[in-house]
Design a protein around this ligand. Sequence first.
Ligand SMILES: Nc1ncnc2c1ncn2[C@@H]1O[C@H](COP(=O)(O)OP(=O)(O)O)[C@@H](O)[C@H]1O
Ligand SMILES: Nc1ccn([C@@H]2O[C@H](COP(=O)(O)O)[C@@H](O)[C@H]2O)c(=O)n1
Length: 211
Amino acid sequence: MTKKPIVIGVAGGTGSGKTTVAREIYRKFKDKSILMIEQDAYYKDQTHKTMEERIKTNYDHPLAFDNDLLLEQVQKLLSYEKIEKPVYDYANHTRSKEVITVDPKEVIILEGILILEDERLRDLMDIKLFVDTDADVRIIRRLMRDIEERGRTLDSVIDQYTSVVRPMHLQFVEPTKRYADVIVPEGGQNRVAIDLMVTKIRTILEEKVIL
Ligand SMILES: Nc1ncnc2c1ncn2[C@@H]1O[C@H](COP(=O)(O)OP(=O)(O)O)[C@@H](O)[C@H]1O
Ligand SMILES: Nc1ccn([C@@H]2O[C@H](COP(=O)(O)O)[C@@H](O)[C@H]2O)c(=O)n1
């Protein structure tokens, strides 16, 4: 049997707590070999577009992401090769000029709203999670986060949510729940689900050493 890293997909709607769940799992393995890849880092580059065009972009549609690049980079990590991960700039709605060098590790967490939507990515995953949080909680979290961390105004978050984020969630994000092995209610506060995941990952890692 050829040795290869474990891939864990963490999907869920915006504000569901995906990043929090992924970080909690990461924290438990911090001393070990683990890395996190956010699908948001792979939003398509828009440096050639005006700010007005960038604001109008639908960031909740599968085509907003450069999944070819994401797939290529995950495959490299699976072959124990390092990658140059893009860095996303939410305030300017485009890729930043920087990249981050990521060394391969034994556990790869892939996190993003549409990480379970692409069959090619799903096929690389050993465990698939969907973080399931009610829409009212998600919009409150998103409002606070986008204003505090992503340089947005109250009106812009509400407009974007009602015109694009909500319909795209119902059309593309929610249906990917059917691909999940585990549905995690309440995100990062769900200690039981996080402990179960950590135990499962440890078991897979131990089995890999034995095999
Ligand atoms: N259980 C929780 N209770 C309160 N706030 C939370 C909780 N989980 C996440 N948050 C906050 O909500 C926002 C969105 O959470 P995050 O994990 O980034 O969600 P996602 O990655 O799904 O968009 C962040 O500001 C985070 O700190
Ligand atoms: N320029 C951008 C790019 C993305 N978004 C929104 O981010 C959401 C996904 O990130 P989460 O951390 O919330 O999962 C997605 O719903 C996009 O609408 C944006 O607003 N601007």
